[in-house]
Design a protein around this ligand. Structure first.
Ligand code: GLA
Length: 388
C-alpha cells in the first residue's frame, strides 16, 4: 500500500506548495470498533483516528480566487469566494468547497487562497477520507480567517459540508473521530448529547487489520440515505403512541414489537438492528473496561451478522471476508465497517498471525471473488493537527 513520505511532518510532494505564509493541517481517517449506523439515530459509536491522513496546505492570495489542487489526482479547480456553489465538476472539490461555504454562511469573511491536498487514506475503503479532507479544510480555514470556532463547531461544519455539497446525509461520527481522535484511545461518543469519553484501547499482542474488498458500490450513498429515512419512518410509527420518542435512541424492542412489526417488516428489521446495536456497544464498552477482548470480539461478529441480515448494508465480498476469518482462533472479532456495500472489514488479529492471515485470506478471496484483496494495519493516532 502507498505510504506517505514525510520530510519533518510535511509530505514531500506538498513541499513546493508550502511557503512561510501557508497553514498546514493534517487530519486522519478513522476506524470504528462497534456502533455502526447508530450515529444518525442519536446512538453511540466507538471510533478512533488512525495513522493514515489527509494533508492540506492553505496559502493566502491577494485576490478573491480559490485555487484547489489535488496532488494525488493531478487535478485542479478554480473558482471565486463570491461564486461558491456545489461543483458539477470533480467530486473531490465539493469536500473542500462545502466547508468554505459553511464559513461564508456563518458570516465569516473568507479571502482568496490556494489549497493543495494530498492523502494516504485509501479512497472508497470506508475509512472516511472525505471527512478527513473536510476536517483538514475546516481547521485550516479557522486559522486562516481567525474565526475562532471551537473544534465541535468545526466538526458540525464539516458534517454539513458532506450533507450540502456531497449529498450524503451522514451522521457525525466520521468528522468527530477525525477532528477529536486521541493517540491510543477510542472515543465513546453519545451522538445525542455529543458527550464523549476517551477509552484506552490496549490490545497488546493484537493488531487492527483492515481487509479491503476493493468493492466501491455506487449504491452506497443512495442506500445510506434510504436507511436513514427507514429509521425515521420507524420513529414516526412509535411517536403516534409515544410522543416523547424523537429518535431510535429512545425506542425499545417492546415498542418496535408493538407498533412497527405489524406495519412493515423491513422497517422493523432496520430499527431492531439499531436498538440492539446501541445496547451491544454499551456491553462492548464493559468488555473493554474488564479487558475482555474475547467477548468484545464476539460482539463484532454479531454486529456484522445483523448489519448483513437486518440492516442489509453488506455485500457478498464483505460477508465472505468475515465468514472466512470466523473460525480462525487468531482473529478475535471481525465485521464490515462504515456505511457498507463495499469497503473494509475491521479485524482484531493476534500480532504474530497477521502476515499469514493476510496472505491466506488474499488467496482465498482472489479465487472466490475474482478480486484483489488489499490489507492495511491501522494504528490509533491523534486527530486533526495544525502542523504549521
Ligand atoms: C458513514 C457515515 C457515518 C456513519 C457510518 C455508519 O461512514 O459517514 O456518519 O453513519 O457510515 O456507521
Amino acid at each position: 500500500m502507498y505510504i506517505m513520505q514525510l520530510q519533518g511532518d510535511i509530505p514531500i510532494q506538498l513541499k513546493e506548495f508550502v511557503s512561510a505564509a501557508s497553514i498546514l493541517v493534517r487530519s486522519p481517517g478513522r476506524i470504528n470498533l462497534i456502533g455502526e449506523h447508530t450515529d444518525y439515530n442519536d446512538g453511540f459509536v466507538l471510533p478512533a483516528a488512525i495513522d493514515k491522513a489527509a494533508y492540506i496546505s492553505l496559502t493566502p492570495r491577494s485576490d478573491n480566487e480559490i485555487h484547489l489542487h489535488s496532488l494525488d489526482l493531478k487535478d485542479m479547480y478554480f473558482t471565486t469566494v463570491d461564486t461558491i456553489a456545489p461543483s458539477a465538476g470533480p467530486s473531490w472539490t465539493n469536500y473542500l468547497l462545502g466547508v468554505v461555504a459553511q464559513f461564508v454562511k456563518a458570516g465569516v469573511t473568507v479571502n482568496g487562497f490556494d489549497a493543495a491536498l494530498t492523502a494516504d487514506i485509501p479512497m472508497g475503503a470506508g475509512l472516511s477520507s472525505s471527512a478527513a479532507v473536510e476536517c483538514a479544510m475546516a481547521m485550516a480555514l479557522n486559522v486562516f480567517t481567525k474565526a475562532g470556532f471551537d473544534k465541535i463547531t468545526l466538526v458540525k461544519m464539516a458534517q454539513k459540508a458532506e450533507h450540502e455539497y456531497a449529498g450524503v446525509q451522514c451522521g457525525i461520527m466520521d468528522q468527530f473521530a477525525s477532528m477529536m481522535g486521541k493517540d491510543k484511545h477510542v472515543i465513546r461518543l453519545d451522538c445525542r448529547s455529543l458527550e464523549y469519553h476517551y477509552e484506552p484501547f490496549d490490545i497488546d499482542g493484537y493488531k487492527i487489520v483492515l481487509l479491503d474488498t476493493n468493492v466501491k458500490h455506487s449504491l452506497a450513498s443512495s442506500e445510506y440515505n434510504v436507511r436513514r429515512k427507514q429509521c425515521e419512518a420507524g420513529v414516526a410509527m412509535i411517536q403516534k403512541y409515544h410522543n416523547e420518542v424523537s429518535s431510535l435512541r429512545g425506542a425499545t424492542m417492546q415498542m418496535l414489537d408493538k407498533y412497527v412489526l405489524s406495519q412493515d417488516t423491513i422497517i422493523y428489521n432496520r430499527c431492531k438492528y439499531v436498538v440492539e446495536e446501541n445496547s451491544r456497544l454499551l456491553q462492548a464498552c464493559n468488555d473493554l473496561e474488564k479487558g475482555d477482548l474475547i467477548s468484545f470480539g464476539k460482539k463484532m461478529f454479531e454486529t456484522h451478522y445483523s448489519l448483513s441480515r437486518l440492516y442489509e448494508v453488506s455485500c457478498p465480498e464483505l460477508d465472505f471476508l468475515v465468514e472466512h476469518v470466523k473460525a480462525d482462533p487468531a482473529v478475535l472479532g471481525a465485521r464490515m465497517m462504515g456505511g457498507g456495500f463495499g469497503g473494509c472489514t475491521i479485524n482484531i488479529v493476534k500480532e504474530d498471525a497477521v502476515d499469514q492471515l493476510i496472505a491466506e485470506t488474499g488467496e482465498k478471496y482472489g479465487s472466490a471473488m475474482n478480486k484483489e484483496l488489499q490489507a492495511y494495519t491501522a494504528n490509533i493516532k491523534e486527530g486533526t493537527t495544525i502542523i504549521s
